[in-house]
Structures are given as structure tokens and as C-alpha cells.
Design a protein around this ligand. Structure first.
Ligand SMILES: [Zn+2]
Ligand SMILES: [Zn+2]
Length: 130
């Protein structure tokens, strides 16, 4: 990584070691433990740089905070509507869908993010008990 800063390294290490797909404020809380002087603006700036340089990916969440992912393997996500937990989904590359998208739109497809929404197992239990 060119000109990597301690902040950038801390963010990247945290994201690569976590499967929580944290939002920026969670990343901030974590990085601040090691680098108490870090600001929220610095976190955002470093996140944008890391996304731009392809070290992490950004997950746009409709109606919610963006989340960040340090796992660069091709995968999709499942999000819980109630608690916002995000799980990884590695199965089923939608190759056929990409081919259809290309033939129907004339685009060349570079990527695809599928986000399923639903209820995680612990929220299912809670709503069953309520
Ligand atoms: Zn849940
Ligand atoms: Zn993921």
C-alpha cells in the first residue's frame, strides 16, 4: 500500500479480521482504542481511500448506514431487517444473471452485489417468543 498511515492500517486490519461488516461508527469506536486521537472525518477519508484502492468493499444499505467489508472474495450478503446483522453468502455465483444483464442492457458487467433481507435466527427466536 502506498503511503499507508497508521489509521489506514488499523482500519484495514480491523476489517480483515472481522466478519461483522461494521459501519463507520463501529470502525471509529474500534480504531480509537489504539489511536485515541483519530477523528470520525479521518475514518471516513481512510475508508474512501481503501475502497478506491480496492482493499475493502463498501456495502450500500438501502435506508441504513453503509457497511464495510474486508473480505474481497466474491460473495453476497444477507441482512437482518430487525437488528442489521449481515451474514456472508458464498454460494451460487449468479453467472447466468450477469449474462442476461449483459444481453438485455448491452452493458459489460463488472460486478454484482446481491443483498437478501430477512430475519436472522436470533430475531426469529425473539419474535416467536413475543
Ligand atoms: Zn436480527
Ligand atoms: Zn461480506
Amino acid at each position: 500500500m502506498i503511503r499507508s498511515t497508521p489509521q489506514q492500517r488499523a482500519i484495514l486490519e480491523y476489517l480483515q479480521g472481522s466478519r461483522a461488516h461494521p459501519a463507520a461508527d463501529m470502525i471509529y469506536e474500534h480504531v480509537r482504542q489504539d489511536l485515541p486521537k483519530v477523528s470520525m472525518g479521518t475514518i471516513y477519508r481512510n475508508l474512501e481511500n481503501l475502497v478506491r484502492d480496492g482493499h475493502i468493499t463498501k456495502l450500500d444499505m438501502p435506508g441504513a448506514q453503509k457497511r464495510y467489508d474486508g473480505d474481497l472474495r466474491a460473495h453476497h450478503h444477507v441482512r437482518c431487517d430487525l437488528c442489521g446483522t449481515i451474514a456472508d453468502l458464498f454460494a451460487t455465483e449468479p453467472t447466468q444473471l450477469a449474462k442476461t444483464a449483459e444481453s438485455e442492457t448491452g452493458f459489460t458487467i463488472h460486478g454484482c452485489q446481491i443483498l437478501f433481507s430477512g430475519l436472522c435466527s436470533s430475531c426469529q427466536k425473539q419474535s416467536a417468543e413475543a
